[in-house]
Design a protein around this ligand. Sequence first.
Ligand SMILES: Nc1nc2c(ncn2[C@@H]2O[C@H](COP(=O)(O)OP(=O)(O)OP(=O)(O)O)[C@@H](O)[C@H]2O)c(=O)[nH]1
Ligand SMILES: [Zn+2]
Length: 351
Amino acid sequence: MNSAILDLAELGWSGYFAAQLDPDTPLIPARVMAVHRDRLEVLGVGLDTTIAPFIADEDDDQSHATIGDWLLLDPALGRARRLLARRSLFKRRAAGTARKLQLIAANVDTLFIVSSCNQDFNQARLERYLVLAEDAEVMPVVVLTKADLSETPEDYVHEAARLLPGLLVEIVDARDPKSTACLLPWCKKGQTVAFVGSSGVGKSTLVNTLTGGDSIVTQAIRGDDDKGRHTTTGRALHRLAAGGWLMDTPGMRELQLTDAASGIDGVFADIAALAQACRFSDCRHDGEPGCAIIAATADGPLDPDRLKRWRKLAAEEAHNNESLAERRARSKAFGKMAKSVMKAKQERREF
Ligand SMILES: Nc1nc2c(ncn2[C@@H]2O[C@H](COP(=O)(O)OP(=O)(O)OP(=O)(O)O)[C@@H](O)[C@H]2O)c(=O)[nH]1
Ligand SMILES: [Zn+2]
């Protein structure tokens, strides 16, 4: 099924990637469909194969090929030669002391941020996901499910739309294909979408409706083999009925706010702009004289709750960065220690 790719556009190829080709070096574009420890599954026109993992630059932890990436393959060598610049990238700091950067998914076009029209609806959570989208440079679309269970679904749409100027908000009954048809423009040929949202809001239901009832599990089992043998394991990109691709990985499902300073400034652009007008450039907006942010909550446009949510996210972000700084300091200290041990050894030998 997947191997019946006829043209690259079907896989999400576009002028953005084509512009990166070097006409003098004939390499074959292929998209990464799954990442395993020791190999990548890639798909191209008439190409459905596995290759060795690819790292463009050992010193750059963003240069590992990840799911959704476009690689240029050398047909003679059967391996990747280049990683094309991405349109978008979801990444996160791994848990644990090393806090390594993990690449989650590349070249997603649209992030569906799913919430339901009931007690799950929560502006802070939506903002958090908006920051993720902003940081990954992916367009967010808020999808409010369970419209059929709410008496006043329009209230939720209104509340969500207020979070960001121009934010797109759709409201659906996730079980009903007629209702989810409003999402199809983002799911067409060549488009890649992903879903985030808390448990129970209807992500799987939406996905099943959008894949035409052909659930991911059945796709995986049926695989590429027309004899119905089990050939595909754990591909992360799944075909949508409208022609696009759904990015579904455990990493995508576990995404959290990390390393997202630029995203926070984008989603809270109003607060960032107000801060420019504070009297002190290092104003902490904590009772200093001439603070434009506090003034805006007292008599003006800034909702104090929004300020509170921003503080929380900014504090979390500061915490993440601190850990990163600590990690750097630790590795520097370790380097110094190692050097002095080596020196001591050397001196002993010389002595
Ligand atoms: N009435 C109604 N029920 C819905 C709607 N969307 C989802 N549900 C139901 O809500 C329940 C949870 O939906 P799921 O699709 O499993 O939610 P999920 O977000 O995938 O949850 P996790 O798998 O835990 O992440 C199921 O019983 C669905 O049938 C909707 O729009 N309307
Ligand atoms: Zn201030």
